[in-house]
Design a protein around this ligand. Structure first.
Ligand SMILES: Cc1ncc(COP(=O)(O)O)c(C=O)c1O
Length: 424
């Protein structure tokens, strides 16, 4: 902060201090740079059109940038259930669950989730973010230790910080490092927190090995299965079911904002755990109940998933086909074994350019750039919902082929590539 030449009032000093904070920081400077270059891709108004399209600035694009993994977000069957739930319950519970906010719908959803995942009980939070920042501090405190993956989601990290427990960050997916850190800890309670499927690089966690390590050191496992439940494992029951360790993972967290065509989050676990959270998870206690429409959409989606157990397989197959074709064009894709198809571009402005070039060719994608991903790992998040027709799938791949030709420096983005300089 610069010291001004003339004496300023306390209010002027405050304005200057906040100017430093809210305008002149590294993040906002990058935003301004991207805006000035006409490359800024975020906060575009996106109007959904049918199941697979979106309208941006009057143009109709295929939507590959969302987490609508099962393609249920525009499914008529889900809408109809939402409409009846609103007719029966109104638009808001206008209270926390503890007071006047609990509806039969919430309990139906919780029972069904618990049964689906093979756990005795479940608790629904207004969002997945709130589930994590409420549950982690309800389990560990300042005398305890928490061990979390270096690439875990921001709300895992925020939950860890809020808990006040001694935080140990282990290298991404590194079982030996986790083992080493656990061995050194004498904390009375040890909690391991990992994502199942890492949203920004498409990596799957080595869950079974981590559960083994945790069991050896007397640690509990908290699995954030936000991206796995709905798609991975038998019938979409998540990574713990895929690895056959559900009984050994005491805390399973999931969200409705991806496969379940809604918003909201949940924790599944023992009856005692869930009862504890009802009274101790502050983000649950001190926040309004999930709205009836959201709960109804999640329940309808879960029922569709149970009735159509091959839906996850279709999502996985489509992603695998897409990865093969995109790799053949030279794009560097991750996400093997999952429904995600992240494409590493490796440079912020280049990722933005590719986003615009794809939008110009009829495909919408989401760029994820530093600091959301490590420096030099800037990427595009794309997914292929099973609601896509074969024609739409081919249209999407054609757009990628054309962009690969138009911006050749964006593909074959291997580790050894020299740092790119992107003109204008
Ligand atoms: C791994 C992971 N956990 C938690 C969340 C938070 O979920 P929600 O969007 O429901 O708040 C997300 C959301 O993007 C996520 O990717």
């Amino acid at each position: 902060m610069q010291t001004p030449a003339v004496l300023e009032t306390p209010r002027e000093a405050a304005d200057r201090a906040f100017q430093d904070r809210i305008v002149d920081n590294a993040m906002m400077q990058r935003v301004h740079e991207a805006r000035e270059r006409g490359l800024y891709p975020y906060y575009a108004e996106q109007v959904p059109v049918g199941s697979n399209h979106v309208e941006i600035d009057g143009r109709r694009l295929l939507q590959l940038g969302s987490s609508n993994y099962l393609g249920l977000a525009a499914d008529r069957r889900v809408w109809e259930r939402v409409v009846s739930a609103v007719a029966e319950n109104g638009t808001s519970c206008t209270s926390s669950r503890l007071l006047t906010g609990t509806r039969p719908l919430h309990h139906r959803l919780e029972r069904r989730l618990a049964a689906f995942l093979g756990k005795p009980a479940a608790l629904v939070f207004p969002t997945g973010y709130l589930a994590n920042i409420g549950t982690i501090p309800a389990l560990v405190g300042r005398h305890d230790a928490v061990f979390y993956d270096a690439d875990a989601h921001a709300c895992v990290y925020d939950g860890v910080v809020l808990s006040g427990a001694t935080a140990h960050r282990f290298r991404h997916n590194d079982v030996d490092h986790l083992d080493e850190l656990l061995a050194k800890s004498a904390a009375p309670r040890k909690l391991i927190v990992i994502d199942s499927l890492y949203s920004l690089n498409g990596d799957l966690a080595p869950l079974a090995e981590m559960v083994d390590v945790g069991d050896r050191h007397g640690a509990w496992m908290f699995l954030d299965d936000a991206h796995g439940i709905g798609v991975l494992g038998p019938g979409g029951r998540g990574l713990s079911a895929a690895c056959d360790v559900t009984d050994r993972v005491p805390v399973i967290m999931g969200v409705f904002s991806k496969s379940f065509a809604s918003t909201g989050g949940f924790i599944a676990g023992s009856a005692d755990l869930i009862d504890h959270l009802r009274f101790n998870a502050r983000s649950y206690l001190f926040s309004n109940a999930i709205a009836p429409a959201q709960a109804a959409a999640a329940l309808a989606s879960l029922e569709i998933l149970e009735a159509e157990p091959d839906l996850p397989r279709r999502a996985l197959d489509l992603a695998e086909r897409a990865r093969g074709r995109l790799r053949a064009m030279g794009w560097r894709c991750g996400g093997d074994g999952s429904q995600m198809v992240p494409i590493v571009i490796g440079d912020v402005m280049l990722a933005f350019r590719v986003t615009h070039a794809l939008r110009d060719r009829g495909v919408n994608v989401s760029p994820a750039v530093w600091p959301g991903v490590p420096k030099g790992k800037d990427l595009l998040r794309i997914g292929f919902p099973p609601s896509l027709s074969e024609t739409e799938f081919e249209q999407a791949l054609l757009a990628f082929a054309k962009v690969a030709e138009a911006i050749p420096e964006a593909r074959l983005a291997d580790e050894s590539r020299p740092k790119l300089r992107v003109a204008g």
